[in-house]
Design a protein around this ligand. Structure first.
Ligand SMILES: O=P(O)(O)OC[C@H]1O[C@H](O[C@H]2O[C@H](CO)[C@@H](O)[C@H](O)[C@H]2O)[C@H](O)[C@@H](O)[C@@H]1O
Length: 356
C-alpha cells in the first residue's frame, strides 16, 4: 500500500471506504490497518461482524491461501528435483511484532531453525531494516543479507550476471569472506541522513513517535502514538517530504517508510540474489519467500510472474496478497522451516542408502 510521492497530495492508494477520514491527505483508516486486534480490525474494515464471523472469514480466506504447513506434501511435490532457495523477511516473520522495534528479538529456537535450513538451501534475509541491524539481530554468518528493503545487498561472489553490474563492488563480510556488495541507492545516503534528522526534529513533539535510520531509508513509527494523533504524524511526514522530491513514502505495519524514488524493492533484491546464486535462469529452481508485510508483496509478485517459486504470507487476518500460501504467525514459520529441513535430511539420507 503506497502513499504517492511527496510532490502531489499524499492520497493513499487504498481500498478503504470513502467515508473514512482523510487528514493531511493521508487516509487515517489506513494508518490503523496493521496488525490490529480483532475488535479493531472489525472497526477498521467497517465490518459489523461478530467474532465467529471473523473466524469464518479467516477460514474462507485460507481456502484461497492455504496453510504452507498443511500443504507441505504439495510443496515438496513441486520441489522434487529442484534447487530450493529460501528468502525470509525479519519483522513479523522471524520475530513477533512488538511495540519497541529495538526489542524485536528472534528466539534461539527460531535462530536454530533458520541455521538448519541454511545448511541445506541458500538462505537470505530481506528486511526493511538496515543490513547491519538485521545482521546483528539474526547473527548467522551463513546467510545472505539484504537490508533497507533490498537496497543494500551482501550476496555471494558469482560468475553469473549480477557481479557484472556496474554498481557491484567486491567486499568482505564480517568473517573476511569475499562477498558482492550491491547498493543501488548509494547516492541517496546523505539525503536519507538529512531527512532522518529532519523527521526526528519534526516529530519530537508527538508522544510515542519513533524514527529509525536504516541507511538507505528511514522509518517513522506510530505504533505507540495515540490514535487521535495518527493524522498529525502522517501530516508531519508529508510536510517534511515536500522538500524531498526524490524521496517517496511507503506504508508498513504502523510505520511510514521514507525511501528513494528508485525502481528497486524486495522483489528486485530476490531477482538479484537468484542471479548471484546462479539460479535465476535455471528452470529447476524453487524460490520460497516468507514475509508478512506490504513490502514483501513485491517479492511475491516477482516469484509469481517468473514462475520461479511462490510467496508465503504470514498473517493472522485475511489480507489481499500475491502470496500462494499462508502461515499464521512466526511460530508457524519456525515449524515450516524445521519441517523443510527435516524433509531434506530424510531425502538425502534415503538417497545415500538406496542401492545404486
Ligand atoms: O522488512 P522487515 O524486516 O519486516 O522490516 C519492516 C519494519 O520492521 C520493523 O517495524 C515493524 O516491527 C516492529 C517490531 O516488532 C514494530 O514495532 C513496528 O510497528 C513494525 O512496523 C522496523 O522497526 C522497521 O524499521 C522496518 O521497516
Amino acid at each position: 500500500m503506497e502513499i504517492t510521492s511527496s510532490h502531489a497530495s499524499p492520497v493513499l492508494a487504498d481500498p478503504a471506504p470513502a467515508s473514512k477520514g482523510r487528514l493531511g491527505g493521508v487516509h487515517t483508516s489506513l494508518l490503523s490497518a496493521s496488525s490490529p486486534p480483532r475488535k479493531k480490525l472489525v472497526k477498521d474494515f467497517n465490518l459489523e461482524v461478530a467474532s465467529e464471523d471473523f473466524d469464518t472469514a479467516y477460514m474462507s480466506w485460507m481456502l484461497k491461501y492455504p496453510s504452507a504447513l498443511r500443504s507441505f506434501e504439495h510443496i515438496i511435490d513441486q520441489a522434487k528435483g529442484k534447487k530450493i532457495a529460501i528468502f525470509l523477511d525479519y519483522d513479523g516473520t522471524l520475530s513477533p511484532i512488538v511495540n519497541d522495534p529495538d526489542c524485536a528479538l528472534m528466539s534461539d529456537d527460531m535462530r536454530s531453525a533458520v541455521k538448519n535450513v541454511s545448511r541445506h538451501f541458500p538462505t537470505a534475509i530481506i528486511s526493511g531494516r538496515s543490513r547491519d541491524k538485521v545482521y546483528d539481530l539474526v547473527g548467522l554468518t551463513e546467510l545472505y543479507y539484504a537490508g533497507s528493503h533490498g537496497m543494500d545487498i551482501m550476496g555471494p561472489i558469482s560468475n553469473s550476471g549480477s557481479s557484472d553490474h556496474p554498481r557491484c563492488v567486491k567486499s568482505t563480510d564480517q568473517q573476511g569472506k569475499a562477498v558482492n556488495l550491491f547498493q543501488p541507492a548509494r547516492e541517496f545516503l546523505p539525503v536519507i541522513d538529512e531527512v532522518f534528522r529532519t523527521l526526528v526534529e519534526s516529530t519530537k513533539g508527538i508522544k510515542g513517535a519513533k524514527v529509525e535510520n536504516h541507511k538507505f531509508c528511514a522509518s517513522v513509527h506510530y505504533r505507540n502514538v495515540e490514535e487521535k494523533n495518527w493524522p498529525v504524524i502522517a501530516q508531519c511526514v508529508h510536510d517534511v517530504l515536500k522538500g524531498y522530491p526524490r524521496l517517496r513514502l511507503t506504508h508498513g505495519r504502523k510505520v511510514l517508510e521514507v525511501r528513494p524514488v528508485i525502481d528497486w524493492n524486495k522483489g528486485k533484491a530476490v531477482e538479484f540474489l537468484l542471479d548471484s546464486l546462479g539460479l535465476r535462469s535455471c528452470n529447476d529452481v524453487l524460490a520460497i519467500y516468507i514475509g508478512d508485510d506490504k513490502t514483501d508483496e513485491d517479492a511475491f509478485k516477482v516469484l509469481l510472474k517468473s514462475n520461479t517459486g511462490f510467496g508465503i504470507l504470514v498473517s493472522s487476518i485475511p489480507k489481499e496478497t500475491r502470496a500462494f500460501y499462508s502461515l499464521k504467525e512466526p511460530s508457524e514459520v519456525m515449524e515450516f522451516l524445521r519441517t523443510l529441513a527435516s524433509w531434506k535430511e530424510t531425502e538425502d539420507s534415503d538417497k545415500y542408502q538406496s542401492p545404486v
